[in-house]
Design a protein around this ligand. Structure first.
Ligand code: FES
Ligand SMILES: [Fe+2]
Length: 357
C-alpha cells in the first residue's frame, strides 16, 4: 500500500480518550504524519502536527501545562485551544513581531463515545458519504448505535506490521475465523465443522452492510443479550467495521478500525460496548479476550508479510471472498471519484452471499 493510497478525508480513531489525561499529550503517527494529541485542563482534546513552526523541533520534546504547549528548543508557547503562538521568549522588548502570526498546524480532533478521532485531511476536501457534512465542512465522526456519550467497556489496540487494507481484510473475511480464531472461549466448534451461511447485503454510504438478521448459531457471549438476537454489520471506508447486536434485553456493539500509521504499519482498534451493567466485573477477562483475538489476526498479518503475499490479493474465490473484493472496489471508485472531482457512486448492489464458516 503506497502512501498515495491513504485516504486523508476521513476520521480516524487514534487513541482511547482515557489514555489522555487532562494536561497530558500523547505523540502519535497518522497516515505518515507525526501528530501530538492532547487534552487541555478544561477537558477539551486537540491534535497538532508534531512540529514547531520555528525550527521544526517535534513538540513532543517540549512541555504542556494544561493551557499552552511549550517547545523544548527556544521555548515558544502555543495555546492548546487553537495552536496560536502566544509567546516568543527570545524577542526583545523593542521587537514588534506579533507571536500570533505563528501557529501549530492543527487537525480537527473530537472525542466521541470515549475515543479520540482525528481528521488528517482538510475541511474543504471533506466528503465522506458525500452528504452529511456538518457546518465545519467535515463529515460526522462514526458512532455505534445506542451508546451516546458512553465509552467502550473494553478496548484494545495493536500495531500490525502491514498496510491498513491488509488489516481491514481481517474484519471482512468470513473464511478465516474458523481457522484463525479457534480459542475455546469464542466458539466451541472445531474448524472442521463449518456451517453453511447465507447473508443478504446492500450498499451503504461509502461501503456496504450485512442486513439485519436473526442470529441462530451465535458465539457464546451473544446469549447474554437475551432472546431474539439480531445482528447487522456495516463496513465502511477507510477501514471501519461496526457490528450492532440487539437482543430482547440488551445490546452490544463492536467497532473495529484500521488506522494507518504509515504505509506498512497499522493500528488496529477494537472496541466493545454493552448495555449489561452487571457485566462490569467481566471487563478484565473481556479485555484479555479482545487482545487474544487481535493477536491471532496480528500473527496472520506477520505471516503474510513473511510470505511476501501480494496486495491486493491475487485471488477472490467464491462468495466467501466477495466482501474483500467489494471493499477494494468501493475504495477504487472512491479514489476515482476524488481524482475526477465527481460524486462517489457506490458500485455495489444488493446481493445474497453464501459461504461456509
Ligand atoms: S524550534 Fe520550537 S521554539 Fe525554536
Ligand atoms: Fe480475524
Amino acid at each position: 500500500m503506497a502512501m498515495d493510497s491513504f485516504l486523508p478525508n476521513f476520521w480516524y480513531l487514534v487513541v482511547a480518550g482515557r489514555a489522555v489525561a487532562p494536561g497530558r499529550t500523547v505523540p502519535a503517527t497518522l497516515l505518515g504524519q507525526a501528530i501530538l494529541v492532547g487534552r487541555a485542563r478544561d477537558g477539551g482534546v486537540f491534535a497538532y502536527a508534531d512540529r514547531c513552526p520555528h525550527r521544526g523541533m517535534p513538540m513532543r520534546h517540549g512541555s504542556f501545562d494544561g493551557e499552552a504547549l511549550q517547545c523544548g528548543y527556544h521555548g515558544w508557547r502555543f495555546r492548546a485551544g487553537d495552536g496560536r503562538c502566544v509567546s516568543i521568549p527570545a524577542l526583545a522588548e523593542r521587537d514588534t513581531i506579533e507571536p500570533g502570526r505563528f501557529a501549530l498546524r492543527s487537525f480537527a480532533c473530537r472525542e466521541v463515545q470515549g475515543n479520540i478521532w482525528v481528521y488528517p485531511g482538510d475541511a474543504a476536501g471533506g466528503d465522506a458519504a458525500g452528504d452529511e457534512a456538518g457546518p465545519d465542512g467535515l463529515p460526522a465522526v462514526p458512532t455505534v448505535p445506542g451508546f451516546d456519550g458512553v465509552a467502550p467497556q473494553v478496548s484494545a489496540v495493536m500495531r500490525f506490521p502491514c498496510p491498513a487494507d491488509v488489516a481491514t481484510m481481517g474484519f471482512i473475511d468470513p473464511a478465516h475465523p474458523a481457522f484463525v480464531h479457534t480459542s475455546r472461549w469464542w466458539k466451541r466448534k472445531p474448524s472442521t465443522s463449518l456451517r453453511a451461511k447465507e447473508k443478504a447485503f446492500e450498499p451503504d454510504a461509502l461501503g456496504f452492510r450485512m442486513k439485519r438478521h436473526h442470529l441462530k448459531h451465535g458465539a457464546n457471549p451473544y446469549r447474554l443479550l437475551g432472546r431474539n438476537v439480531h445482528v447487522d454489520v456495516t463496513i465502511q471506508l477507510p477501514g471501519l467495521r461496526i457490528e450492532h447486536i440487539q437482543g430482547d434485553r440488551h445490546s452490544a456493539c463492536v467497532l473495529a478500525m484500521s488506522t494507518p500509521v504509515g504505509a506498512e504499519q497499522t493500528d488496529v482498534h477494537y472496541c466493545v460496548w454493552w448495555s449489561m451493567g452487571w457485566l462490569a466485573a467481566a471487563r478484565p477477562a473481556a479485555r484479555w479476550m479482545a487482545r487474544d483475538f487481535l493477536r491471532q489476526d496480528y500473527d496472520v498479518a506477520v505471516q503474510l508479510q513473511e510470505g511476501g503475499a501480494p496486495f491486493p490479493p491475487p485471488m477472490f474465490v467464491g462468495d466467501a471472498d466477495a466482501q474483500i473484493r467489494w471493499f477494494l472496489r468501493v475504495k477504487k471508485e472512491y479514489q476515482a471519484s476524488r481524482s475526477e472531482r465527481r460524486a462517489f457512486a457506490n458500485p455495489l448492489r444488493e446481493q445474497v452471499l453464501q459461504w461456509r464458516s
